[in-house]
Design a protein around this ligand. Structure first.
Ligand code: URA
Length: 258
């Protein structure tokens, strides 16, 4: 079975030298260049929908664009903590507002502060590669950070800054209604899960977040992977886990036995 040359290129960027599909190609989505809004979960047929899934589907009714705009405007004007003094602009979030997967990072860096978009620097390039190799291209997911303004000198956000900013992320999650969240990095993982547990121990499990108990998976931050390339293989395992969980939930939503 031939490997898509673009996948090979991205896997190489991850440091994965040989990767063999274990399932027939037709059971997986074909790798393709980033496409806007590729549907990962197909529309549900009412005849096969279980009652609890009707509830889940109703929760995913797309939010009005006006609600997103109002929230983005509120974030852009935010002065809740001192970080607003040093920002060029807020970094709200980007991606498909009907995405099933919400990727959550820590806080904007210099490039994100300049461009107003999360994960557009070196870390972002690696994150894009990881997502693309897992056939979850950037345009098909939504990406946001815990903190919407750049902390000075790229220091870790303070707990007080996270406390001020988290309500915005909660509202983004309410608007998006993701079926799965991916926390990238220690700060995002520990903040979302309100724990001090090391990231290595949080990986490999499906956690739950918030009042909707949204499933949440944890992986390493791409900035850490750039410093510690040997961990890329673990991050790749995490991304495959994310994809498998999404597909499993799709099968379950269709009344399958996953
Ligand atoms: N690191 C993050 O956690 N988020 C960004 O947006 C950029 C770098």
């Amino acid at each position: 079975m031939g490997r898509d040359p673009r996948s090979a290129q991205y896997l190489e960027a991850l440091g994965i030298e040989s990767w063999v599909l274990r399932r027939p190609a037709q059971s997986l989505q074909a790798a393709s260049p980033p496409v806007v809004n590729p549907p990962l979960v197909a529309p549900l047929s009412p005849s096969v929908v279980k009652p609890q899934l009707v509830e889940a589907r109703q929760a995913r009714v797309p939010a009005a664009a006006a609600d997103w705009q109002a929230l983005a405007a509120e974030v852009a004007a935010c002065v809740r903590c001192a970080l607003h003094k040093g920002r060029t602009q807020t970094v709200f979030g980007v991606g498909d507002r009907q995405a099933e997967l919400l990727v959550i990072g820590e806080a904007p860096g210099a490039e994100e502060d300049r461009q107003g978009e999360p994960f557009v620097g070196r870390s972002g390039q690696l994150l894009n590669s990881m997502l693309f190799a897992a056939r979850l291209p950037r345009a098909s997911v939504y990406i946001a950070n815990i903190i919407k303004c750049r902390p000075p000198d790229n220091r870790d956000p303070l707990p007080e800054e996270a406390r001020c900013c988290m309500p915005y992320l909660h509202r983004q999650i309410d608007l998006l209604g993701p079926i799965l969240m991916l926390a990238v990095g220690r700060i995002a993982a520990q903040t979302l899960l309100a724990t001090d547990t090391p990231i290595g121990k949080l990986r490999g499990a499906v956690h739950r977040f918030g009042t909707r108990a949204t499933p949440l998976i944890v992986t390493y931050h791409p900035a850490y992977l750039l410093r510690s390339p040997r961990e890329k293989r673990r991050a790749w395992d995490d991304l495959r886990f994310v994809r498998a969980e999404l597909l499993r939930r799709r099968t379950a939503a269709r009344g399958g036995s996953a």
